[in-house]
Design a protein around this ligand. Structure first.
Ligand SMILES: [Zn+2]
Ligand SMILES: [Zn+2]
Length: 243
């Protein structure tokens, strides 16, 4: 009985303070400020070098300064960075977090976002905003995975976090992964609105889970700029590879 109570207690504790590796689920020390075990950390280093100067995609040719997408099309945001490439175990973890509703992953992703931001990023921001979900999608999924990570992130840096009164999605959009590049842009047109009263003159950090072509980040950055935001930066968990 004692063992059973202990197991139950450990299970409950892990839900509130998850203590396992985000990628392989090996048990970690509670005091660890990393969400990765030493093996996964060396196998999945954070993206730091040879990145596109605009969107942060790893470049196929390190002598380039911008990826193919950014050379082709300007962005509405100033600069973007991502922790990892969207592949393998990183891709699997994001999938489990979103679709298998592993909410405890939110704190683990936040730990890595905080560590990456501390070690790599030098932006001075006034407010952090999660990319909003449309209310239909929110109802279907039960939670906004990005908002959950951003809550922990904002708290740790004592940053103001804006919610749906600041930036909101006014039309349900098709899931981006089913669309072509052009389709993604069209899909995002007029999808977002921002409040001038909340964003005017501010430097804003947008956070999302995955950056593919940047059409979602750009659509949000565009409405924030129209409403007077001074600058917009983008941070995501994972990003595609640049050509
Ligand atoms: Zn691991
Ligand atoms: Zn780029």
């Amino acid at each position: 009985m004692k063992g059973l109570v202990l197991d139950l207690w450990k299970h409950l504790l892990a839900l509130v303070y998850p203590n396992f590796c985000l990628l392989c689920e090996e048990t970690l020390d509670y005091s660890n400020d990393k969400a990765l075990c030493p093996h996964c950390e060396s196998a999945h280093p954070h993206l730091r070098e040879d990145l596109c100067e605009l969107c942060g995609k790893p470049l196929a040719d390190p002598f380039d300064s911008r990826c193919f997408d950014c050379g082709k099309r300007p962005h509405f945001y100033e600069e973007g960075r991502s922790i990892w490439v969207y592949e393998g175990l990183v891709k699997q973890s994001i999938y489990d977090y979103k679709y298998k509703k592993r909410k405890e992953y939110g704190l683990l992703f936040a730990k890595e976002l905080i560590r990456y931001y501390n070690e790599t990023i030098r932006w001075e921001v006034d407010m952090v905003l999660p990319i909003p979900l449309h209310k239909h999608r929110l109802r279907e999924r039960g939670f906004n995975q990005t908002e959950l990570m951003v809550k922990h992130f904002a708290k740790s840096f004592d940053l103001q976090m804006g919610g749906k009164k600041v930036l909101w999605r006014n039309k349900p959009t098709e899931p981006q992964k089913t669309l072509s590049d052009k389709g993604r842009w069209d899909n995002m047109q007029d999808a977002f609105f921002a409040s001038k009263a909340h964003v005017e003159g501010k430097t804003i950090l947008l956070i999302d889970d995955i950056y593919t072509t940047g059409s979602t980040m750009d659509a949000c950055a565009k409405v924030l700029k129209i409403q007077g935001a001074k600058a917009v930066y983008c941070l995501s968990i994972a990003i595609g590879r640049g050509m």
